[in-house]
Design a binder for this molecule. Structure first.
Ligand SMILES: [Fe+2]
Length: 245
């Protein structure tokens, strides 16, 4: 039976899984309140306005210390961030074109963009700095740079692990300040809050519970051990080329 456009969009909406539904509830609540069908979940996909592409990290499956179940769940979560980033950008663009920037809908979607965009990008950095073997080159440029900032590589690693061990959920991120060249480990509690302006993310460790609880329960230290065994230091060192330090 042929379904009209409105009914089809509603059907697609209710077919979303629960997690995706919850993450989008706030955004869509505004959309439904406003009565704008062009801010619906289906619209961005239908109109093909997917600015950012979902990256494939299946190469990480089988990685020692990370079950496929955990990784596949994590990939799904990441994919949601990419999808939502595209939808937000599309919705904001529509509101701009319609001259509706001075609206609560515009403001709330704009606020949400930092969360979804960084959720996408931080996961890409995270997955891309995994899958390595062999450990860091102790005579390499990164080790020397970390020693300049922390006194030694070992002191940096101790601080990075301590950052990742902090109570709460978030990210441990080694940043390099592009102006001073200095390296600093940051705790990022929320994707969109607390990032140092103008700094380059060098190494990223996800310590949200979804990153480890399936495999390690509450033993975050064991997860961090596995993380360190699988850091792709070659990829991490490439990030140093992106700035002056
Ligand atoms: Fe994550």
């Amino acid at each position: 039976m042929k379904m009209d456009k409105g009914r089809k969009e509603k059907k697609e909406f209710f077919q979303l899984n629960r997690r995706r539904f919850l993450s989008l509830l706030g955004i869509l609540g505004l959309a439904f309140i406003s009565g704008k069908s062009d801010i619906s979940i289906a619209s961005a996909e239908k109109e093909g306005k997917m600015t950012y592409q979902i990256k494939d990290y299946n190469r990480l499956l089988g990685m020692e210390g990370f079950s496929d179940t955990l990784l596949k769940n994590h990939f799904t979560l990441y994919q949601g961030y990419v999808t939502n980033t595209n939808k937000l950008l599309d919705s904001l663009n529509h509101l701009l074109k319609e001259g509706k920037t001075a609206t609560p809908e515009y403001a709330e979607l704009k606020r949400r963009l930092g969360w979804e965009f960084n959720g996408m990008r931080l996961h890409e950095y995270y997955f891309e700095n995994l899958g390595g073997k062999g450990g860091i080159d102790k005579g390499g440029k990164l080790v020397l740079k970390l020693a300049e900032s922390y006194g030694s590589y070992e002191a940096w690693e101790k601080d990075f692990r301590a950052t990742g061990s902090m109570r709460g959920i978030g990210w441990a991120i080694l940043y390099q300040d592009i102006f001073s060249g200095k390296f600093v480990n940051f705790w990022i509690n929320e994707h969109d809050v607390g990032h140092p302006a103008g700094a380059m993310p060098i190494l990223i460790m996800d310590v949200f519970e979804h990153a480890f609880m399936i495999d390690y329960g509450l033993k975050r230290a064991d997860y961090m051990e596995a993380f360190f065994r699988n850091i792709n230091w070659t990829e991490v060192e490439k990030r140093l080329l992106l700035h002056k330090g």
